[in-house]
Design a protein around this ligand. Structure first.
Ligand code: ZN
Ligand code: ZN
Length: 346
């Protein structure tokens, strides 16, 4: 998408967001939540989050269990990544004790309000599914999604192989998160691609995802994706659709201040989201401006309850939201997210 196209779709998004999007969304929520949604003062901002890089090696399976228990108990909702080949082999084939325990937790995530995004197979080089290992010296997955010469069939085959691995573990993906990478090779190539005008993922990727959705390979008819994010220039962009199947770029509009992937104390700030008095912070701002949603992203390295420096801040933020914004927000359960994205784009 060019800048002009992005601006155009941003305007289109704002057009519906300002008028009736929140109403359209709330139609699909339980009566108790949607009641009186036609009155502007009753519009609720939908809350959700993406947690990237989730896996058993960072903090163990127990940490993910604690996280899920907390989400279920607090009735909050989001998406958490699953990267089946991050440790070099597919953990759904012959999982170790810890890996099996972790997969067991991923299977119950949906019922705790947490969907499962593929952050591709390795979050590193392309995977060889026959050899059950990462290909030596292969291009990194996130960059590969941007390479203009890759065909839709190639993407479809690769993603379909990842889905087959998830099926071995009886897990269903809800969407796709772009595995970002700052290695020298990726940085150099992204610069070249940008200079040549390739600032977006290869559009063949959207076609491949749509085909997979039509084959029932994702949990829902729609496939939300997480690529870019912006606090101000955000939106839900339909990338491909046919009938009631669709692929959407569902952009977060708040950043990671829960320790990021470095598990860094200097990058923890609950006040960024909502201050103790409930008067400021990005969530408060989005609620005040009647944004249809506030979605932030985080990383498992910082967010996990075992060693994540951001976990206490996350708990604080959830508590402050309940105290100060309780009647103005609604956490979006994973089961309803797909209807939500499909209905926000005319
Ligand atoms: Zn990641
Ligand atoms: Zn890389």
């Amino acid at each position: 998408m060019t800048t002009t196209e992005r601006q155009r779709s941003r305007r289109r998004f704002l057009g519906i967001a300002g008028a009736s999007a929140a109403v359209a969304v709330l139609r699909h929520f339980p009566r108790a939540i949607a009641g009186g949604a036609d009155r502007p003062q009753n519009r609720k901002t939908i809350l959700s989050f993406y947690c990237d890089d989730t896996g058993p090696s960072v903090a163990g399976a127990k940490a993910f269990q604690t996280f899920l228990d907390y989400c279920a108990e607090q009735r909050i909702a989001g998406e958490s990544s699953l990267i089946l080949g991050m440790s070099g082999h597919s953990i759904s084939r012959q999982p170790s004790g810890e890996e099996a325990e972790y997969l067991k937790q991923v299977r119950r995530a949906w019922d705790c309000g947490i969907g499962t995004h593929m952050e591709l197979m390795t979050h590193h080089g392309l995977f060889d599914f026959d050899a059950n290992g990462e290909k030596q010296g292969a291009i990194h997955e996130g960059l590969w999604l941007h390479e203009p010469d890759v065909a839709a069939e190639q993407y479809e085959r690769y993603l379909s192989n990842i889905i087959a691995e998830s099926q071995r573990a009886e897990i269903r993906f809800t969407g796709l998160t772009w595995p970002g990478c700052g290695c020298d090779a990726c940085t150099r190539r992204y610069t070249e691609l940008r200079a040549a005008g390739h600032t977006e993922p290869n559009s063949a990727l959207w076609k491949a995802l749509l085909n997979l959705a039509k084959q029932g390979k994702f949990r829902s008819h729609t496939v939300p994706c997480f690529f870019g994010s912006s606090e101000t220039d955000y939106g839900i962009h339909r990338k491909a659709s046919e009938g009631d199947h669709g692929v959407y770029d569902l952009m977060p509009n708040a950043q990671d201040h829960f320790g990021i992937w470095e598990n860094n104390r200097d990058r923890v700030d609950p006040d960024y989201y909502i201050t103790a008095d409930g008067k400021s912070g990005i969530i408060v701002r989005h609620v005040q401006t009647k944004a249809p949603y506030c979605i932030w992203y985080a990383h498992w390295q910082g967010l996990n309850p075992a060693k994540g420096v951001g976990w206490p801040a996350f708990v604080t933020v959830v508590k402050r939201i309940r105290e100060h914004l309780g009647d103005r927000v609604v956490w979006m359960p994973a089961a309803q997210r797909t209807t939500y994205v499909a209905n926000l784009v005319p």
